[in-house]
Design a protein. Structure first.
Length: 249
């Protein structure tokens, strides 16, 4: 039987690559995002019988509910929720950061993700479905300028683990995917500067949206008794440095 995945943030990067990967693997996909023209292009590429588009801001609950309550036949029974829509804003240390940007990261990465998950949980339990949350290496490792972004992703990782506990015995699988640097529009959004974004991905081989899409498809198609709890991945060229010490003098 054809399975259906709802992918938030399918207008670029990981979400767009995942929409292609899941449709190629025979899934029905509900692709969401705010940029209607990107969703329309994806639908003409992949076919309206396989990809349904739902254009809304994940922070706008009434708009989201209106779109999800109007799902057509063939897309109503959601088996997999991929909570991917998210962003980082700003690269400055906390003491120079913009509170409005912090609020927007929390609204998008935390509040909207929690709210959509809450809305879909009864249906996912009824279908013994699955949830894949896109967290980040920033959930675990601190770096300068990571402040609220890292905090929001730590929430996503821990929320995923707690969902696993609460959903014990329901058959619903929950996975936290925790990637490092992926060449997407992420750094353009974060810095607001195309040159800074290019610089971020130059001179080494970052992960791609396709790398993550293949990982998500693998996680989703494992035998039903297998749950990947969390999965951290990085480009080979990225690794972690140690502590820093501010010495006097
Ligand atoms: P992109 O910027 O390429 O994609 C982000 C997606 O999220 C877009 O489709 C965007 O759609 C959507 N989105 C953002 N805000 C909203 C909103 N308010 N309402 C609806 N959709 C929204 O970045 P990535 O593909 O890299 O990011 C996807 C996820 O991966 C994010 O959660 C990010 O934190 C995470 N991640 C990224 C890493 C990286 O290095 N790139 C590493 C680790 C994790 P639209 O603008 O059309 O609304
Ligand atoms: C962002 C990953 O490596 O840019 O989620 O901090 S990284």
């Amino acid at each position: 039987m054809t399975k259906t995945a709802l992918i938030t943030g399918a207008t670029s990067g990981i979400g767009e690559a995942s929409a292609r990967a899941f449709v190629s693997a025979g899934w029905h996909v509900i692709a969401t995002g705010r940029r209607a023209e990107r969703l329309a292009a994806l639908q003409s590429e992949l076919g309206a019988d396989k990809l349904h588009t739902a254009c809304f801001d994940v922070c706008d609950e009434p708009a989201r509910d209106k779109a999800l309550d109007a799902l057509p036949d063939g897309f109503r029974d959601i088996d997999l929720l991929i909570n991917n829509a998210g962003l980082a804003l700003g690269t400055k240390p906390a003491q120079q950061a913009d509170l409005a940007q912090w609020r927007r990261m929390i609204d998008t990465n935390v509040t909207a993700l929690v709210s959509l998950t809450h809305k879909l949980l009864p249906a996912l339990i009824a279908r013994k479905g699955a949830i894949i949350n896109i967290s980040s290496v920033a959930a675990t490792y601190a770096y300068t300028g990571g402040n609220v972004y890292g905090g929001s992703k730590a929430f996503v990782s821990q929320f995923s683990r707690n969902l696993r506990s609460d959903l014990h015995g329901t058959g619903v699988r929950v996975t936290s995917i925790e990637p490092g640097m992926i060449a997407t529009e992420f750094w353009l959004v974060r810095s607001g500067d195309p040159a800074a974004s290019d610089a971020q991905y130059r001179g080494y081989k970052p992960l791609t949206g396709d790398d993550i899409a293949a990982t998500l498809l693998w996680v989703a198609t494992l035998p039903e008794h297998v749950n990947i709890n969390r999965l951290e991945l990085m480009p080979v060229a990225q690794s972690l440095a140690g502590m820093q010490i501010a010495r006097e003098g």
